[in-house]
Design a protein around this ligand. Structure first.
Ligand code: DGL
Length: 261
């Protein structure tokens, strides 16, 4: 069985981890939340690059078989790196882009993300590489991360913010929306209220599943092994601990550990 390392700047990547644990139930997971350095989405590429390397080294020291960089902001940096980390490292931008193209009929795709992700233009470059005819419209949505971290999911204020960010993209005619940040899938039903239920909202876990299945067929092997989950955080508070428990439910993890990186 494989040990899959997943990291994010914070707890949002648990949405990715949960999806992967559902798709690959016979493998073990190690999740690193770099909560001491959160947010990544407002930082420069060079700063994120040094965090990326430290996080990958940490996961490698735990002998993971592969690494998923769940954080979109860190994935934009990874995409520009040709470093060989000595272990397969997957980003979330390429799978998300491919999945969006599979869904879009009019080839107009909207992308919501942090400022770092939007300014990097990583989704635009990746989508255009896959299909030069695609039209991409981006919108930074910086208020959504703190709202999710605050647990304001089912809240009229959050619905208004989601509407403010999403409506301009819909007005531009996009027929598919990439939720380009780990935290946004938590607000899936809020987005659906704005876009309508049948509107394709692309989130990382599903898109990643397809790529991992293809590139790492071993993950599809059936078995009786019951998956384990270890969670490490670079900073830990009672609020964070509660948030983690809420986000991973109904999964359970071994006691959360704090680590200095
Ligand atoms: N995990 C980040 C991302 O997906 C969002 C939170 C942050 O800004 O660090 O871009």
């Amino acid at each position: 069985m494989a040990l899959i390392g997943v990291f994010d700047s914070g707890v949002g990547g648990l949405t990715v981890l949960k999806g992967l644990a559902e798709h690959f139930p016979h493998h073990d997971f190690l999740y690193l939340a770099d909560t001491a350095r959160l947010p990544y989405g407002t930082k420069s590429s060079s700063t994120i690059s040094s965090y990326l390397k430290k996080n990958i080294q940490f996961l490698k020291s735990h002998k993971v078989d592969l690494i998923v960089v769940a954080c979109n902001s860190a994935s934009t940096v990874l995409l520009n790196s040709d470093e060989d980390f000595g272990v397969p490292v997957f980003n979330v931008i390429e799978p998300g882009s491919q999945s969006a193209l599979n869904h879009s009929k009019n080839k107009k795709i909207g992308v919501l993300g942090t400022r770092t992700t939007v300014q990097s233009r990583a989704y635009i470059r990746t989508l255009k590489k896959l299909d030069p005819e695609v039209e991409v419209h981006q919108m930074p949505a910086p208020l959504l991360v703190p709202l999710v971290e605050e647990g304001w999911i089912d809240d009229p204020l959050t619905s208004m913010v989601v509407y403010r960010y999403t409506k301009p993209l819909l007005d531009l005619g996009v027929d598919t929306l990439i939720l380009g940040c780990t935290h946004y899938p938590v607000l899936y039903s809020v987005f659906q209220k704005v876009t309508g239920r049948d509107f394709p909202l692309v989130d990382s876990p599903l898109a990643l599943k397809e790529i991992l299945k293809e590139q790492w067929p071993k993950l599809m092997e059936e078995g009786s092994h019951k998956s384990t989950l270890q969670i490490y955080c670079t900073d830990l508070t009672p609020h964070l601990e509660q948030l983690i428990q809420n986000l991973i439910a109904p999964l359970s993890a071994q006691p959360i550990q704090k680590v200095d990186l």
